[in-house]
Design a binder for this molecule. Structure first.
Ligand code: SF4
Length: 231
């Protein structure tokens, strides 16, 4: 299975590493506020980049690039993800994996085989509002729970991240979310910006003052909590 998008140079995806970012099309979720609607809804219509082309690029830039960010959509849907991570690792790159936590088995194996150096996992909401926040009726929450529970005690560096959307997050939801990931090392609260590429329209940004209030609530449960995207 091929990647569908490629940002060849990024300075913002993985700490201060010079990174190249690969996008996989497809996702089991349908977050109505998702910015990647074409990647999520029409994975068959987006491009396919031959793996040999990516490996050739990475081979020639070992002295320029530090890391590869593997993102989506949802990259753990890729059946040969572990093989591709191993190929990248064989060239000596650090790897960051972005995931929504829907495949705890691939996540665990990738970590345990030393194929990822950093995991960024979305925590979309408290459990009671997860299904509506990810746009999936009758969602099975168990895989998501298994993924974040694993990361909470895993040796791999990780971050949790929650995109705040006014229609989905109340003070009470945030308090419950905090209890759910109690003990987490770091949670980023990301600013939602509406645009025409969202899966659905009509959602609103949580104002900075409210995001700061949410941060204060979450600091009762997590070691670090930072705003991301807010000025
Ligand atoms: S925001 Fe939601 S729908 Fe979009 S890629 Fe992430 S998990 Fe999938």
């Amino acid at each position: 299975m091929d990647f569908s998008g490629w940002e060849k140079l990024s300075l913002v995806d993985y700490d201060d590493n010079i990174t190249t970012t690969l996008f996989m099309a497809g996702c089991p979720f349908r977050c109505p506020w998702c910015h990647n609607s074409s990647l999520v809804l029409e994975p068959g219509k987006v491009g396919h980049i031959p793996w040999s082309e990516i490996m050739d690029y990475l081979s020639k830039r070992k002295n320029v690039l530090d890391a590869v960010c593997v993102t989506g959509g949802e990259p753990t849907m890729m059946p040969d993800l572990l093989d591709k991570l191993a190929d990248i690792k064989s060239l000596g790159y650090k790897i960051k994996l972005d995931t929504n936590g829907s495949d705890p088995v691939q996540l665990r194996v990738a970590v345990e085989q030393g194929l990822v150096d950093y995991v960024a996992m979305d925590i979309k909401n408290c459990e009671a509002r997860y299904a509506e926040t990810v746009g999936v009726k009758n969602l099975n929450f168990a895989p998501v729970k298994e993924s974040f529970t694993y990361l909470l005690t895993s040796p791999v560096r990780y971050e949790f991240r929650t995109t705040l959307v006014e229609e989905f997050h109340t003070k009470e939801d945030i308090e419950t979310l905090g209890k759910m990931i109690r003990g987490a090392k770091v949670l980023y609260l990301q600013e939602f910006i509406d645009n025409k590429n969202c899966i659905a329209q009509g959602f609103h940004t949580v104002p900075k003052e409210k995001a700061l209030l949410y941060r204060a609530i979450l600091l009762k449960y997590v070691e670090r909590c930072e705003l991301r995207g807010y000025d």
